[in-house]
Design a protein around this ligand. Structure first.
Ligand code: AOF
Ligand code: ZN
Length: 367
């Protein structure tokens, strides 16, 4: 590998690390990172601001000022070519006198889609594309999926005993995993745009689903799937005006439940749910994407988790394991999957395995 190429990889890694810090904060916009380097020195750096604007390049250019002239900009996504509230980033880079632009991914947004790179080339900037494209695509999978497939990236969180149980036969489940594991769940919530649960979890746990324990610029939306909207007005209703609650329910949900949740300040999306007992998770995810959600952390319960797995909608699994055994009488972490042949079983590849306090955390990606 040439010196220049290895420098490009190194600086792109810095830009990627910066961009990742914005995950969960920028939707519906992507979490982009940008580093501006001149003569081997960083003169500007930035990431997409919470809320999605200003864009990463704007932040980095403002920091660099005149020092950007003649420099190289490393950007994890193609700079935009469309006029939003401010001038397009491609134009801003040209104006600042950037000599070279290294980017990881093309922006699939139809307003950009190659136009940012083309505009910079036409202005005489040397543009290098595809550097660390794989890593960038993994980091920005939520934005890419929402633009290309109209659905968010889905992380499925599971926490279970050695034998895959989540509660005793009597339903006792607090606390199987450690405080360390639970703290990590809050950090994961902060990296997603929405936390999603099924109606059964709301009925059983009356969860709050917000990020607690450290400050976040933006709390994730709390989303619940409930065909009949037969949910107790607990913690979610009490706090719906502070942190958004979106209820995705069937068109047949009764009027009094709708009125009660509307009065609490929750948002509702009614979708057709003709077959079966549950809201179709694919339709629900599309509805959430339509509300600007690009990354979803599903925290259960077992029925929704199984439905997502069955529909091939779980992109990443986050499995916490506790050193506890509950045996066959314990409640299983997944509902029925309808798998007869091993060849039909959902399969994942291990991405990360580490201890978290006395527990383990395994991160699994698509095989
Ligand atoms: C960039 N740098 O940091 C981000 C970009 O609504 P707007 O005007 O903010 O534009 C949103 C679009 O801009 C979004 O769909 C994506 O294509 C791009 N996001 N582009 O150059 C950034 N966040
Ligand atoms: Zn931009």
């Amino acid at each position: 590998m040439t010196g220049a190429a290895s420098d490009d990889l190194r600086w792109m890694d810095v830009a990627l690390a910066l961009g990742r810090r914005g995950l969960g904060q920028t939707a519906p916009n992507p979490a982009v990172g940008c580093v501006i380097v001149r003569e081997g020195r960083v003169v500007g750096r930035g990431r997409t601001a919470p809320g999605g604007r200003p864009h990463a390049e704007r932040v980095a250019l403002d920091l660099a000022g005149a020092a950007a002239r003649g420099g190289t900009a490393y950007v994890t996504l193609e700079p935009c070519a469309h006029r939003g509230a401010t001038a397009p980033c491609a134009d801003a880079l040209i104006e600042a006198g950037i000599a070279r632009c290294v980017l990881a991914l093309r922006d699939p947004d139809p307003r950009v889609d190659g136009a940012g790179a083309a505009r910079m080339r036409a202005a005489g900037i040397e543009v290098v594309e595809g550097v660390r494209a794989g890593r960038a695509a993994r980091d920005q999978a939520g934005f890419l999926l929402s633009r290309t497939e109209g659905r968010p990236f889905v992380t499925l969180k599971l926490a279970a005993t050695l034998d895959g149980r989540i509660a005793t036969a009597t339903g006792e489940s607090r606390w199987i995993t450690s405080t360390e594991a639970r703290r990590l769940v809050h950090a994961e919530r902060a990296r997603h745009d929405a936390v999603l649960v099924g109606a059964g979890t709301v009925r059983a746990d009356d969860p709050d689903l917000s990020v607690r324990g450290f400050p976040v610029p933006r709390q994730p939306v709390r989303a619940v799937l409930s065909r009949r909207l037969d949910l107790p007005l607990g913690r979610l209703a009490a706090t719906a005006r502070e942190v958004p609650v979106i209820l995705v329910h069937g068109e047949g949900a009764p009027g009094d439940a709708r009125t009660a949740w509307d009065a609490a300040g929750a948002e509702r999306i009614a979708i057709p749910s003709p077959r079966g007992r549950h809201v179709d998770p694919a339709a629900a995810l599309r509805a959430l994407a339509g509300r600007g959600v690009t990354r979803v952390l599903c925290e259960g319960g077992g029925t929704l988790a199984a439905a997502l797995l069955q529909a091939g909608l779980a992109d990443e699994l986050l499995v916490f394991g506790a050193g506890v055994a509950l045996g066959a009488e314990g409640r299983p972490m997944l509902g029925a999957l309808g798998v007869d042949a091993l060849a039909d079983a959902p399969r994942f590849a291990l991405r990360e395995l580490r201890p978290v306090g006395p527990d383990t955390l395994a991160r699994w990606g698509r095989a």
